[in-house]
Design a protein around this ligand. Sequence first.
Ligand code: SF4
Length: 553
Amino acid sequence: MTDTARTQTDLERQIAQASQDVKQAPSPIDQNTTQTAVKDIVEAYPAKVGKKRAKHIVVRDPNQPEQTIDANVRTTPGIITQRGCAFAGCKGVVVGPIGDVVHIVHGPVGCSYYSWLIRRNQFRARANGRNFVNYCFTTDLTEHDIVFGGMTKLRQAIQEAYDIFQPPAITVHSTCPVGLIGDDIQGVSREMSEKLGISIVAFNCEGYKGVSQSAGHHIANNGFFKNWVGTNEAAEEVEGYTVNLMGEYNIGGDTWEIERVLEKCGIEVISKFSGDGSYDEATESHLAKLNLVMCHRSINYMADMMETKFGIPWIKVNFIGVNAFAKSLRKIAEVFDDPKLTERIETVIAEEMAETEAQLATYRERLTGKTVFLFVGGSRAHHYQELFADLGMKTVVAGYEFAHRDDYEGREALPNIKIDADSRNIEEIHVKQDPERYKPPFSEEALAKMEENKTLKDYKGMMPDMGEGTLLVDNISHHELDVLIERFKPDLIGSGIKDKYVIEKLGIPCKQLHNYDYGGPFAGFRGAVNFAKDVDLRVNTPVWKYVKAPWLN
Ligand code: SF4
C-alpha cells in the first residue's frame, strides 16, 4: 500500500470512530419522556389492542442482549398502518425493477397504478435497447371480468405485449380480485409461454396473501429462483471476483454508484436482483462467486436457496453510509482473501473517503446533534442509521414496516420464530444441491474459517446498533407517530409517502427513503454527499417555523 493510502486510512479511522460513537450513543431524549410516551401510546388503545401493540414497542436496553420484539403479524383492523400489500412487495418492489421484461398486472387498474412510476426504479437499456420500467401493463379488469373471469383478457394482454415489445420474458402478477375469482394465471402463463417460446412467469401475489408486502417479496424470490436463476446452463464460468448484488433496487441510481466503486475495486457484478437487473443476467446469476445481500428482508430467501443449490455463499452488506460502505468492501475482501484485491480495495476506500470527507465536513457541522426518526421498509431503517451517524445525526426512534423478528434481533432469532397461518400461505421451496453445478468457490477450510468468524450468512439485525434508551417501534401507526413527534420533536423523519405530508403538516421535515423525493443516489460515497446536501436543505430551512403544529396552539 502506498504512503498516501496509509495516511488517508488514518483519517478514515477517525471518521469511522466518530460515526460509531453517534450510533451507539444513548438516546438524548429524557428517559421519563420516553417511558411516559410509550405508556400513553399503549393506554390510548382498547386494552386488548394496547397489550398487543406493547409487544411491538421496545425501549432499547443494551444490558439485555436477549431483548425481543413482535413483528410480521397482522395489523389490527382500524389502525392506520404504513404497510403495503403482498402485490406491492412482489411486483412493486422485487420483480418490477427488472427493466427489459414486461410485467403485466392482472387486476383492476387501481391496483396497477400502485405498480407504475410509484417507485423511482431506474434501468439502463442494454445493447438490445429494451427498457420497459416506465410502462404500466395491466389487464384493467372491470366488473364484467370479475363476474365472467379474466383469463381471456390475460391471454390477449400477453399476446399484445409480446407483439408490440418482443420482450425476452414476461411476468404476470395477480391482485386481490383475481385471487378471489380464481383465474388460473399459472395455466395461462404456461400455455402462452409454450406458444410464444419465451419465459412467462406468473406470481400469485394477491394483496391479501400476507400481513404486509413482505409476503410478496418471498413469492417474488420463489418465482425468480424456480424460473430464471441458473436457467442459462450454457453460460460459461467467469474468472475473477464476481458477485450478485441482491436486495438493492436502484432507487435514484443507487446501484450505479455501488457498481462504480465495485468496478474500481476490480469486482464484477454478474447480476442484480433487481435494481437495473435484466433477464439474461438473472439466468446467469448462478455463476457468481459471492452473493451480496443488501436488504436482508426482501431477498434472504433467494440467497439461502442459491447457497443450497449452487454453493454460492452470501454476506450481508450495507452500502448506505460512508463507513458502512467501507466496512462492506472490507468484508468482501475478507471473503476473497487475496492480498492484491485487499490492497486495491484499501486504496479505493482511502481515495473515496478523502474525497467524500472533504465535501461532508461542512454539512456535518450544521447537522451534528440533530435527531431522526426512521420508519422504512425491511432494512432501510437500519441502513440509514449509518449514514445519519456519518452526519452526526442520532436516530432516536426506528422501526420497520414489514420486517420479521430476525431483521430486528438478528438471524439467531430464526429458530425461535413461530410460523403462523399467514406465513404458511407462502410456498416454501425445498431446494437440493445441483449434482453438477454445486461448486462452492472457496475451499472447505476457507469456508470453515469464515463460518467461525461469522463472516458468512450472518446478520445481527437492527437492535444491537441502537443506543441505550432509543425506541424500536414495529409497524408504527399514525397515532403512535403523532404522540412520538409531539413528545420527542425530532429534527427530521425518514419515512415513506403515506405519512410524509402528515409529518410535514406537523412542522417536521420528512425525507422519503423509499423513493427519495426525486433526489439520489444516496448509496455509497458520492451518494452520501448528495444525501447530506438534501438533508441539510430540509432540516435547516427556516420554513418549518411557519408551520404551526397543533400542540403549539
Ligand atoms: S386490492 Fe389487493 S392487490 Fe390491489 S392494491 Fe388493494 S390490497 Fe393490493
